[in-house]
Design a binder for this molecule. Sequence first.
Ligand SMILES: [Zn+2]
Length: 234
Amino acid sequence: MPSLERYNSCVLVKTDTQSFLFDAGECCSRLLLKAGIGPDELDAVIITHLHPDHFSGIFMLLQMWYLAKRQKPLSLYLPERESEFTQILQMMYIFPSRLGFELKLRPLETITADYPRLSFYKNDHLINYKPVITQNNLPNQLRSYSLKLSSAKGDFVYSSDLTTTDSIAPFLRGAHTVLLDAGHPPLHQIQKLQDYELKRILLTHEPKPEIREWLAKNSDNRYQIATDHTIYHI
Ligand SMILES: [Zn+2]
């Protein structure tokens, strides 16, 4: 739900040598400008699933980098139907041949081959759409992913949207920091992470009232509510 306080999903993830955007919800172009990120800085954009709050900003971002004369090739990883993406761009009069930089459309599942420090895990966020997709014989593939950046100092996991934290349990264990969707999973699923040997659990997506209530009483200071425009280090 659009809000005056919070932006849609868009997480800039930086290492010493590389920069990635995990999801590109609406307003991501403005957020990158605000963070002082120039047109040639990002190496790749990775979309975890095709809900608008994670995907809608990509079009304006490509338009911005065209106008700002980006030179560096851009890898755009999509969770499904990447071969159809060019048609959506053409509808918007965005023509890859005229962008001025090479746009490489890639299936998300090839990301580790291209960037060995990045890995992915399929989660259960979209499973409830299965009846409508099957009944109407639609081409949607129900793919939704969580992402991980590994580093010597510790691993960062971005859950993206989830129905349950159980669906990514093996992927979470032993990570340093997780940026966790606390808007969809129930409270008991959020509480389960206490046993996962995580150093920091950043809650995003407007935690539900019962989660906020529990946090206020809970003495486990690994849990924090994530705030926009904040830089977190590992
Ligand atoms: Zn979603």
